[in-house]
Design a protein around this ligand. Structure first.
Ligand code: NAD
Ligand code: MN
Length: 495
């Protein structure tokens, strides 16, 4: 049987009835202001719209923060920081536990709003993004009163006022990754969400009010690149935590050179997912699917370069195509949807342009037959074979549901190909041999190496990059370092 006939048959056998999650739980306000010093107020810039990328429908009009608003937010954060840092660790921990519990209580509401504003499937926002965000607040709540045992000297001190600038692919989770450790260590924050996904950050502002968090400890300013640039260059900022593209990361690094601001950068990636011939193939197929199609492939650590050992190439590709054929693309609020909408028109254009370059450079592309909705931004899951290392689709981050497949013969060749990238955020290794997993992990230049799994996140585990994927770690005890002033240890042990 040819794969395509087989594929059509499997798809037909598993048609599901629609199972939409109700959107009535999420309040979508027609207009939302900036959250500064504990209150919502209009920004002085031009309001802009955020849309639902699955329908192109306008959701809310959001305020644009300009220089004066940023200045006000940074001053509010400065005034609050002294009081916040003077609280005992146990007091700060109480607030963090409170935020964590409210996130859990309102998880469904946050998940629905996230899926509507971002386009990601509800099963992912509901089962991954929001629970993991709550877990980060719980985890760092636990550190707030134990900082002197964290390996940062006897009296760890906060850095001060932090500017957090985050992308659109995991809006609420990225907020948690930054705000939880910042607050636990006694810093205050001015956060700017991405312009296409501001709504859950503004909902978090309401959660801060509900938790009675002192005004000014968390401030949320909305806007696009200009607002972000204004925020990070404000002289009152002591630390910048940025997640986004390598291009913008580089600009920020340049702009702070010569200042005393600390910076952490979490940037792009082009991860290798490496399948050896002794791998448990069924598990590996699920791992490949999850590695590249989770969140439409809008994942910095996506397993976007599949390296398959030559001896199992045909089997892996055949099974992969069969599995891809039963992925459901469509309504993000449908509980059975696997692949939702592409976040924006410009991201869709970027994915289209890069896949066209793949064809032009001679690679072969395959997608299952699937009907894409007429409205909104969509891209069918795609796999490229016959890819060479020099092709753009093997080198550049596509940030979409597009997988490039390369082959290798020996472990050494796998390592060489995997490391042949300017990035170094993550990697995956699929093999039955534990010794080979460990050897591969020691050879791969990537911040995270998953073995027989992919895209696993735990607040206790540090995450971050090598090379052009950035510097600094988020999560775990390591994640505290980024929010504590450098300490000078004395050998006498006196305190
Ligand atoms: P982007 O860098 O354009 O935008 C990210 C954020 O920075 C947005 O909030 C944006 O408004 C803001 N921004 C843009 N220009 C700015 C400037 N000059 N100064 C300050 N802020 C500015 O990235 P994007 O295209 O929106 O997001 C996708 C990229 O983010 C991908 O390359 C992806 O790999 C990366 N990303 C990395 C991680 C990670 O953890 N390493 C996580 C998610 C996304
Ligand atoms: Mn949106």
């Amino acid at each position: 049987m040819t794969p395509s006939k087989d594929v059509a048959r499997t798809a037909a056998a598993f048609e599901y009835a629609p199972a939409p999650e109700s959107n009535s739980i999420a309040t979508i306000r027609p207009h939302v202001g900036l959250f500064i010093d504990g209150d919502f107020r209009d920004g002085s810039g031009r309001a802009f719209k955020t849309i639902n990328p699955a329908t192109e429908e306008v959701l809310s009009e959001v305020s644009e923060a300009t220089e004066v608003d940023i200045d006000r937010a940074v001053k509010a954060a400065r005034a609050a920081q002294r009081r916040w840092a003077r609280l005992t660790g146990a007091e700060r921990s109480k607030f963090l536990f409170r935020l964590a519990r409210i996130i859990q209580e309102r998880a469904r509401e946050i998940a629905v709003l996230e899926s509507i504003d971002n386009g990601k499937p509800i099963k992912e926002s509901r089962d991954v993004d929001i629970p993991t965000a709550a877990a980060h607040f719980f985890y760092y709540a636990g550190w707030a009163d134990k900082l002197e045992y964290s390996g940062h000297g006897p009296t760890p001190r906060p850095i001060g006022v932090c500017a957090a600038v985050i992308p659109w692919n995991f809006p609420f989770l990225m907020l948690a990754w930054k705000i939880a450790p910042a607050l636990a260590t006694g810093n205050t924050v001015v956060l700017k969400p991405a312009e296409t996904t501001p709504l859950t950050a503004l909902l978090f502002a309401e959660i801060c009010q509900q938790a009675d968090l002192p005004p000014g400890v968390v401030n949320i300013v909305t806007g696009a690149a200009a607002t972000g640039a204004e925020l990070v260059s404000h002289p009152g900022i002591d630390k910048i935590a940025f997640t986004g593209s390598t291009v913008v990361g580089r600009q920020i690094a340049k702009s702070v050179a010569g200042t005393d601001k600390s910076v952490t950068l979490e940037l792009g990636g082009k991860a290798a997912n490496i399948v050896f011939d002794d791998a448990p193939i069924d598990q590996a197929i699920e791992g490949i699917i999850n590695g590249i199609f989770f969140n439409q492939g809008h994942v910095c650590c996506a397993g976007s370069r599949l390296l398959v050992q030559e001896s199992v190439f045909e089997e892996v590709i055949d099974r992969l195509k069969r599995r891809m054929a039963i992925l459901r693309v469509g309504d993000p609020l449908d509980k059975n949807t696997d692949i939702g909408a592409i976040n924006s028109k410009s991201q869709l254009d970027k994915i289209t342009e890069l896949t066209e370059s793949g064809l032009a450079e001679g690679a072969d592309s395959w997608s299952p037959e699937c009907t894409l909705p007429a409205k909104g931004y969509w891209f069918a899951p795609t796999v490229f074979t016959g890819v060479s290392q020099a092709n753009r689709i093997a080198r550049e981050e596509i940030f979409g549901p597009v997988l490039s497949v390369l082959t290798f013969r020996t472990p050494k060749e796998a390592v060489e190909k995997a490391n042949n990238t300017p990035y170094g955020l993550s990697a995956g290794v699929w093999t039955e041999k534990g010794s080979r997993s460990l050897w591969m992990a020691s050879q791969l230049r990537a911040g995270v190496v998953w073995s027989n799994t992919f895209n696993r996140f735990d607040p206790a585990s540090p995450f971050g990059g090598y090379k052009e994927s950035g510097y600094g770690r988020e999560g775990g005890r390591h994640g505290l370092t980024a929010y504590l002033a450098p300490t000078h240890f004395t050998t006498s042990g006196s305190r």
